[in-house]
Design a protein around this ligand. Structure first.
Ligand SMILES: Nc1nc2c(ncn2[C@@H]2O[C@H](COP(=O)(O)OP(=O)(O)OP(=O)(O)O)[C@@H](O)[C@H]2O)c(=O)[nH]1
Ligand SMILES: [Mg+2]
Length: 448
């Protein structure tokens, strides 16, 4: 679909440099009327791709502003259509006057993300790249920006494409063999086929793990700090975020509402949530706080159970949902000496939220729990819809593989591979619904 030439009738305009005052305001025009608009506004069409210093004039030949004009004739532009870019003086008065003038010459105000949507519809970029543009603009850490650049430059789509090509080869190979039914084929005796199946399998695994890491980088990691009253949860939130955002007192039941702080740890955005302590309480506000904590736990990636080790209470983690990863932070270790400090297992760290002891260990543990597959540079940005499609595609592949291995069923294998390929094509946007497109581009800012 995207590679078919789609004729888009109208011409759009928007400021690409966003709201607020700035030195320069970049105004973009894209569409079939670009040349005509430029000829009137600038009195002549600038030379393609050459920065031209010129006056911007209204229909009465009055100068609205002076600045740089850049003209990119179709199809060699961001959108694939003719584009005019005006670098005007900053400030909304001048910017709006120029935009109004361009609208009076036949353009209309662009929708959010419409330039990028046109780039996608004109086959300039695929859908993962378009999504990466939004991710890059919205990225909250250097590392997530780097991951977005990787996807923007095609790293993710190329991996998906290469998996798709391998699946095509497999399917063709098996289909060619089924065309000779008189021969009783033993697919599994063919080493080349076995090798290719196993290489597809590995590619699926690395893509799914890469995309999962990419999603973590994009969205950040949500961590709930939970435990009994007075265990030191709010103190820990303050320590982790190096703030005094949460109120700390020695009164059990201090925190009632959920408090949230974002912290950039080595390029990954962590959202820490401080919560009300668990206990049976007749007090309505505190009980409501506990209810909110339980709801929060259904939407986080990790919990830190803060346990007051000085209080001589049993560790009771029964409030943590079965499928949620958690770390036990034995807090107030400063009050404990010698032997009783030990007694550690894999998911436990000793800390003092008061004096900072053990903080590094806790952070290392948080990272290792989350980052199991967050590796160095190989990361690209990805979204849950990509992971869903990859997983569905992998399921078809695995079913097909077992049909072949257990029943020698070549036809069924070929059919499953076809389905697996369909799922992949949703990722790059070769097969995508209008609804999904609307959803994706509505997240963009105007002018992108
Ligand atoms: N000695 C010592 N005291 C601590 C430590 N961490 C917290 N405290 C103290 O324990 C008390 C409770 O701390 P908070 O951080 O308010 O505990 P909380 O878990 O948020 O409590 P609630 O909000 O009531 O559930 C305060 O008096 C803190 O100063 C620690 O590591 N060592
Ligand atoms: Mg608290």
């Amino acid at each position: 679909m995207p590679n078919e030439k789609i004729y888009i009738e109208d011409t759009i305009v928007a400021s690409a440099s966003g709201e607020g005052s700035a030195g320069v305001n970049v105004i973009r025009v894209s569409g079939p009327d670009t040349e005509e608009i430029a000829s009137i506004l600038l009195q002549s069409l600038p030379e393609p791709r050459v920065a031209t210093y010129t006056k911007f004039k209204n229909k009465n030949k009055e100068t609205i502003d002076v600045g740089i004009a850049l003209y990119f004739p179709a199809p060699n532009s961001y959108t694939g259509e003719s584009i005019l870019e005006l670098h005007a003086h900053g400030g909304s008065i001048i910017g709006n006057s120029i935009i109004e003038e361009i609208i009076s010459l036949g353009a209309r105000q662009a929708q959010p993300g419409e330039f990028t949507k046109r780039a996608y519809l004109n086959g300039k970029i695929d859908l993962t790249q378009a999504e990466a543009v939004a991710d890059l603009i919205n990225s909250g850490t250097k590392r997530s920006a780097k991951a977005a650049i990787q996807s923007l430059t095609g790293k993710f789509s190329n991996l998906v494409k290469s998996l798709d090509e391998q699946l095509t080869k497999l399917r063709l190979f098996v289909e060619a063999s089924i065309d000779f039914p008189e021969e009783d084929i033993d697919f599994l005796a063919d080493e080349k086929l076995i090798d290719e199946i196993s290489s597809c399998n590995s590619l699926y695994k690395s893509l799914i793990s890469g995309a999962s890491s990419g999603e973590i980088l994009r969205n950040g990691v949500r961590v709930a700090i939970i435990g009994l009253p007075n265990a030191g949860k709010s103190s820990l939130l303050n320590l982790l975020s190096d703030t005094d955002k949460a109120i700390v007192t020695d009164i059990a039941g201090t925190t009632r509402d959920i408090l949230n702080v974002s912290v950039d740890i080595d390029g990954i955005l962590f959202d820490f949530f401080d919560t009300a302590g668990y206990r049976d309480t007749p007090e309505t506000i505190e009980a409501e706080g506990i209810k909110r904590t339980n709801k929060l736990l259904r939407g986080v990636d990790l919990a830190i159970w803060v346990h007051d080790i000085s209080a001589n209470k049993e560790l009771d983690t029964c409030y943590i949902p079965d499928d949620l990863d958690y770390i036990v932070a034995n807090n107030k270790i400063d009050l404990i000496q010698g032997k009783s400090r030990k007694n550690m297992d894999q998911r436990t760290v000793n800390i003092s939220a008061q004096n900072g002891e053990g903080l590094e260990n806790l952070i290392t543990k948080i990272k290792s729990t989350i980052q199991e597959n967050l590796s160095g540079d190989g990361i690209f940005t990805a979204r849950s819809r990509h992971i869903d499609s990859l997983k569905k595609s992998y399921e078809y592949f695995l079913v097909g593989k077992s049909q072949l291995e257990n029943q020698r069923a070549g036809e069924l294998f070929a059919e499953d591979i076809k389905q697996a390929k369909n799922e992949l094509s949703e990722i790059t946007g070769e097969m995508t619904s209008d609804e999904l497109l609307g959803e994706i581009f509505s997240e963009f800012c105007i002018g992108k």
